[in-house]
Design a binder for this molecule. Structure first.
Ligand SMILES: [Zn+2]
Ligand SMILES: [Zn+2]
Length: 397
């Protein structure tokens, strides 16, 4: 089996290849569901390596590398979409697509996974099992991961574990971040319409004021997180939009509320969504109004499976030493659609980590989704090396 030293050295030897790809993708960013150029680039590169590559979920790519020996199947994921941001980095390879920018570093994810694919394709005879490459569309939008799962990316051959990661400019290349168990929050979005009865503002008795009902609901919703769950659990209910009315002396007919619910783990998600609906409908009913609740499931969140995460932890240690692994204690209440590859019931063990792409705050000091966002491209080799190391450790153990 390949040593970690060899894997890291081979990944570093592919740096030039990955940097060229990353800059090409960076200069030609595409929004979610429109990743046609990126899709063609990924298919071209995978086919040149002798890896089967097919379009999936409209603008995604599924690659399959079959190892020289029988064994399990691992799925590796990179997202390919950019954001509706006007780039202001001044880099020579800055976006040529006005108003669209790779400001979340998905260009780095795509390039490093292609580098890992090239590394592993060169050693496929030594691999016991298969590697599937999930180049997914639209992570920032409605979730390309779920659409790839719906299109069957986890079957034929059946995927036994999934691995992925996100770049972090908070750490330098050669440092990895890892979180056991609950890692990213699940996200649900809602629209609530409160139906009252409009009337003159001077005669509330002749109507039913939906603004007062909605206000009661907004306040009541905050008791879900303060009174229904343990203080050691985490959940968020945010009402980010409250719209009603046209004039100060008219009680309107309806109010529309929009917001998001963030939870950690499948049970909290199910509980919070049920309580939310009960509270909204029940409060409206108690006040003589009616509430129409539209609750939409967005990203499922990420829960890293214990045993597979321990394996990833060991792979990281072999490459960079334990002192260069940052174990996070707190989950992130932001979200990531990677969790869709683990399935709703978490029956596919998975692990999502972070790769250092920073430079101690010199040029790479801007957060993701900033028009000034920059990364340290030395991170590509370490991301590619980790993809490959996890594959060898999982398939050949
Ligand atoms: Zn993002
Ligand atoms: Zn991202």
């Amino acid at each position: 089996m390949l040593s970690a030293e060899t894997i890291l050295q081979e990944a570093k030897n592919l740096s030039e290849y990955m940097i060229a790809l990353r800059r090409d993708i960076h200069a030609h960013p595409e929004l979610g569901r429109q990743e046609y150029r990126t899709q063609a680039l990924v298919i071209r590169e995978l086919e040149a390596m002798g890896i089967e590559a097919t379009p999936i979920a409209d603008t995604g790519v599924l690659g399959v590398l079959r190892g020289g020996k029988e064994g399990k199947t691992i799925g590796l994921r990179a997202d390919m979409d950019a954001l509706p941001i006007k780039e202001d980095t001044g880099l020579p390879y800055a976006s040529e697509n006005d108003g669209v920018m790779h400001a979340c570093g998905h260009d780095c994810h795509t390039a490093s996974l292609l580098g890992a694919a090239k590394l592993m394709a060169a050693h496929k005879e030594e691999l016991c099992g298969n590697v599937k490459f999930f180049f997914q569309p639209n992570e920032e939008g409605d979730g390309g991961a779920q659409r790839m799962v719906d299109a069957g990316c986890l079957e034929n051959p059946t995927v036994d574990a999934v691995f992925g990661g996100h770049n972090s400019t908070g750490e330098v290349p050669g440092v990895y971040g890892l979180k056991y168990d609950k890692c990213y929050a699940a996200s649900n979005t809602f629209t609530v319409t409160i139906k009252g009865k409009g009337c003159h503002g001077a005669y509330p008795g002749s109507g039913l004021d939906p603004i007062v009902v909605a206000s009661q609901i907004v306040v009541g919703l905050q008791t879900l997180t303060s009174r229904r769950i343990y203080a050691t659990d985490s959940a968020i209910v945010t009402v980010g939009s409250f719209h009603a009315g046209t004039a100060g002396n008219i009680i309107p007919e309806t109010v529309e509320l929009k917001g998001t619910i963030r939870t950690l783990g499948p049970k909290m998600r199910a509980d919070m969504c049920r309580w939310f609906t009960e509270l909204v409908e029940g409060t409206a009913k108690a006040m003589g109004a009616e509430a129409i609740v539209e609750l939409r499931e967005s990203h499922p969140g990420v829960v890293n499976e214990e045993a597979f995460t321990a394996l990833v932890h060991e792979s990281m240690a072999k490459l960079v030493g334990r002192e260069n692994i940052r174990i996070a204690r707190e989950p992130n209440m932001g979200t990531e659609d990677f969790g869709a590859f683990m399935k709703r019931d978490l029956s596919v063990p998975g692990c999502f980590c972070s790769f250092g792409f920073g430079d101690n705050g010199v040029d790479c000091k801007y957060p993701a989704h900033s028009p000034f966002h920059r990364v340290n491209e030395d991170g590509l080799a370490y991301a590619a090396a980790l993809f490959a190391q996890v594959c060898f450790d999982y398939l050949n153990k």
